[in-house]
Ligand binder design. Structure first.
Ligand code: G1P
Ligand code: ZN
Length: 544
């Protein structure tokens, strides 16, 4: 068993995005490509000798190969122990849970989240720190800097580890423990939620639910928790086998890509509740019978009802939402007399607030919700939170949301995505907006008067770090908002995201169709940004 030191040359495209390094599979399969990045992670860390590393992924194509490489490199670089999920499987929130529970030094997650998988699909790798959360920008910057100069990596020359058997083996001086992927996570869920009450509720005969794992990582978790522990009928979890290509689908829980579930929940004889998760299990979509809950509203409803749930009975320290997320949670925070933080897009910005005890619940409009129980967003946690609230209140999802709107008003909200746009043209569109925002305040566009316009900049209240150019915000005097930003997770061309929001206090107007209610703002976004001209599209690719 020898440590090999392999000479290599830098790749110039290994800059981590919103959530780690994502590329198409063939890029990761290039000789040394993954190895360079993994060694750059290790080279950027200090003090991990003899410590524990957690490794797992969402089961997509290339997951197993990547894990074998990482295990051999972790051993060659001197980690004392590696915990790896059986079959190479660990959901993103489960990695976060396990890092925290076993006080690991950090973890490596193999996933491209909601991006499609398979030989021509996407792959990704992300490093999480000892608090269980995504590496902050100073760490990802250091990793990127290292990728630009790396000239060698260390790997053990040994045969592969059996990932399918729960067992402990040694690679050199490193203990490799293949662990059950679900147990620790399920125990954490049971500590937060009233499982007995939820079980009575979902087996009582008056409530039906349907969970769609979209052939991605949450299948084993959802089957263990909902079908085996909570006794929901067999078949409650659909598409529950993780597949390397997610069955050819796009494992993104929204109205477009989770269409099988949407069909069921909006069909005849629909169940009372439906939920879907994404590739790596950190996202969620919540549906009621013939009813869609926007992720922004979901965060607001969870916050307003948190004390009904055992894990949150003492109340919330604060709420945090990403900037483009609707302002619905702010209204709940104001009523509760707690702070609401507005952070840039990406879960990593919540880490400091959670660690400092300033926020308890966090959320993003992109189907991400979570809390201080881990340092990642958590899809099945959100589902259980909803089920706990439903089991206590015994009302429909729709009734709970509408009652919420009646109390707080409705932040009518949607996001328009223009995917696969030419990068130069998308950058020009953003550049034009950036140049224009400086002089926009006070201007009127029809009935809308601009209150403020800027390129969002965030100063972390804990460590003072500043993140600039996080998206163009145009806020109007009546509380409406248009936000423009480019995706940091795509792998082909650019994706323009346009976020639209209007506040409606009058309950008589709460039933309006979102696209109709936002039509003026949609038109205004077009006028201001010349979207058709620069994207070459006459409509968005995806509306959520
Ligand atoms: C997207 C979402 C963002 C989320 C990220 C990772 O990033 O918009 O909220 O944190 O995926 O799941 P984007 O592609 O917009 O940079
Ligand atoms: Zn994800």
């Amino acid at each position: 068993m020898t440590v090999q030191t392999v000479s290599t040359r830098p790749f110039t495209d290994q800059k981590p995005g919103t959530s780690g390094l994502r590329k198409q599979v063939p890029t990761f399969q290039k000789p040394h490509y993954l190895q360079n990045f993994v060694q750059s992670i290790f080279d950027s860390l200090e003090g991990y000798q003899g410590q524990t590393l957690v490794v797992g992924g969402d089961g997509r194509y290339y997951n197993r190969e990547a894990i074998q490489i990482i295990l051999k490199m972790a051993a060659a670089n001197g980690f004392g122990r590696v915990l790896v999920g059986q079959g190479g499987i660990l959901s993103t929130p489960a990695v976060s849970c396990i890092i925290r529970k076993y006080q690991a030094f950090g973890g490596i997650i193999l996933s491209a989240s909601h991006n499609p998988g398979g030989p021509d699909g996407d792959f990704g790798i992300k490093y999480n720190t000892g608090n269980g959360g995504p590496a902050p920008e100073n760490v990802t910057d250091a990793i990127f800097a290292r990728t630009k100069v790396i000239d060698q990596y260390r790997i053990l020359d040994v045969s592969d580890v059996d990932l399918d058997r729960i067992a402990t083996t040694n690679l050199g001086n490193t203990r490799i423990e293949v662990i059950d992927a679900v147990t620790d996570y399920a125990a954490l869920m049971e500590a937060l939620f009233d499982f007995d009450l939820i079980q009575q509720f979902i087996t009582g005969g008056n409530f039906r639910l349907c969970i769609d794992s979209l052939h991605a990582v949450t299948g084993p978790y959802a089957k263990a928790i909902f079908e085996r522990r909570l006794n929901a009928p067999a078949g409650t979890v659909q598409n529950g086998e993780p597949l390397e290509d997610f069955g050819g689908g796009h494992p993104d829980p929204n109205l477009v890509y989770a269409k099988d579930l949407v069909k069921v929940l909006f069909g005849d004889n629909a169940p009372d509740f439906g939920a879907a998760s994404d590739g790596d299990g950190d996202r969620n979509m919540i549906l009621g019978r013939h009813f869609f809950v926007t992720p922004s509203d979901s965060l607001a409803v969870l916050a307003a009802n948190a004390t009904l749930v055992p894990g949150y009975r003492e109340g919330l320290a604060g709420i945090a939402r990403s900037m483009p997320t609707s302002q619905a949670p702010d209204r709940v925070a104001a009523k509760l007399g707690i702070d609401c933080y507005e952070t840039p897009t990406g879960w990593k910005f919540f880490g400091n607030l959670l660690d400092a005890g300033k926020a308890t619940l966090c959320g993003e409009e992109s189907f991400g919700t979570g809390s201080n129980h881990v340092r990642e967003k958590d899809g099945l946690w959100a589902v259980l939170f909803w089920l706990n609230i439903l089991a206590v209140r015994k009302q429909s999802v729709e009734a709970i949301v509408k009652e919420h709107w009646a109390i707080y008003g409705r932040n009518i909200y949607c996001r328009h995505d223009y995917e696969g746009v030419d990068s130069d043209r998308a950058n020009t569109l953003m550049g034009n907006l950036r140049a224009a925002v400086g002089t926009m305040a006070g201007k009127s566009f029809g009935q809308y008067q601009v209150d403020y316009a800027d390129d969002f900049s965030y100063t972390d209240p804990i460590d003072g770090s500043v993140s600039q150019k996080q998206g163009i915000r145009i806020g109007f005097k009546d509380g409406s908002r248009i936000v423009f930003r480019l995706s940091g997770t795509g792998t082909q061309g650019a994706t323009l995201r346009v976020y639209l929001e209007r506040y409606e206090a009058d309950p008589a107007k709460h039933d309006q169709d979102t696209q109709v209610a936002l039509a003026d703002l949609i038109q205004l976004a077009e006028e201001i940004a010349q979207i058709k001209e620069w994207t070459g599209r006459d409509r968005p690719t995806v509306i959520t």
